[in-house]
Design a protein around this ligand. Structure first.
Ligand code: NAD
Length: 296
């Protein structure tokens, strides 16, 4: 394994999960975050999830924590001997630009850099690094212990050997590597999922059909365990609302404003999905749990 010492930059929603999953897999992890307390708290808070979903004992969870050897606000210290840095800082181009410029100055020549960015492609960030052959994206999904894919995407400058090292590392931390061979916004999953979700929202906002019927048709016809509105409830409605508002502004298609208006009514009423107990379906007993759901 080419990488032994790993640094995770940013320990928010995703960075905390990435750091812990790597540590649990036996690697030495250093965490760089501008607040030590919040980083530490977030990582420790993963205990409930890992115990529920992965059946870890207290001792097993602690063994993972013990591999997080340092949490620091000092970037130079954080990467002093790092083989691999995974960046999970907020999705701001300015912030990432500053980070990669600073990182390039302080990281040893051997260090490979990866971004977990969801919306940028590597060519947008590679401009800020001093080592384009050692830069690529490694994109994880929220709840990485359960949804364990790592989408790996480089630029045409990424060294194929480095790419392969990252693929091997993904397997070593129990991810299924998804090799993305060309730059693509949304990688693979979102490039497939977003048009599906968008089409379902359009059918709903145009009054063609209702969410339950759309889900049923999709699920029966494709033998899929979830329909688009069940997925929306799972991920939460704030991000789709934001995306439709952006599309309403950037395109002249009135359908996006219609979808945004309908989603906004739900979000304003705190009907944001599973997180609040109400979205397109209502907890604790959403309609799709009825064994007859797909039969009527
Ligand atoms: P977040 O806001 O939860 O976490 C960001 C972390 O970075 C926080 O801990 C914050 O304290 C820290 N931070 C902010 N500015 C900093 C600075 N200048 N120096 C050091 N630390 C700083 O964000 P997130 O949701 O974890 O997203 C992080 C990245 O992961 C983004 O690029 C996002 O696109 C990507 N991503 C997020 C998800 C998701 O579901 N949240 C899924 C896949 C990928």
């Amino acid at each position: 394994m080419a990488f032994k010492k790993i640094t995770v930059a940013g320990a928010g929603v995703l960075g905390s999960q990435i750091a812990y999953q790597i540590a649990l897999s036996g690697f030495q992890v250093t965490v760089y975050n501008h607040h030590i307390d919040t980083a530490t708290r977030r990582i420790k808070a993963l205990k409930e999830d890992y115990q529920r979903d992965m059946k870890l004992t207290d001792a097993q969870f602690q063994a993972g924590l013990d591999n997080i050897v340092k949490v620091t606000t000092d970037l130079k210290e954080a990467v002093a001997d790092a083989d691999y840095v995974i960046e999970a800082l907020p999705e701001s181009l300015d912030l990432k630009e500053k980070f990669y410029q600073e990182l390039s100055k302080v990281a040893p020549a051997k260090t490979v850099f990866a971004s977990n960015s969801s919306s940028f492609i590597p060519s947008q960030l590679v401009k800020y690094v001093d080592r384009p052959t050692k830069f690529l994206h490694m994109h994880f999904a929220n709840k990485i212990w359960k949804f364990n894919v790592a989408e790996i995407m480089g630029t045409d400058q990424t060294d194929p050997k480095v790419y392969q090292e990252v693929v091997d590392f993904a397997r070593a931390i129990k991810m299924v590597p998804i090799e993305v061979h060309k730059e693509q916004h949304g990688y693979v999953l979102n490039a497939v999922l977003m048009p599906l979700i968008g089409a379902a929202l359009q059918l709903w906002a145009n009054g063609v059909s209702d969410p339950e019927t759309i889900d049923k048709d999709w699920m029966i016809s494709t033998n899929s365990p979830m329909g688009p509105f069940m997925i929306l409830d799972m991920v939460g409605l704030r991000t789709p609302l934001q995306m439709e508002e952006n599309l309403a502004q950037s395109t002249d298609q009135p359908i996006h404003q219609r979808i945004a208006d309908k989603l906004k009514t739900m979000v304003d009423a705190d009907h944001v999905g599973q997180e609040s107990g109400q979205g397109f379906y209502q907890d604790p007993h959403p309609a799709f749990e009825d064994p007859e759901f797909l039969k009527k």
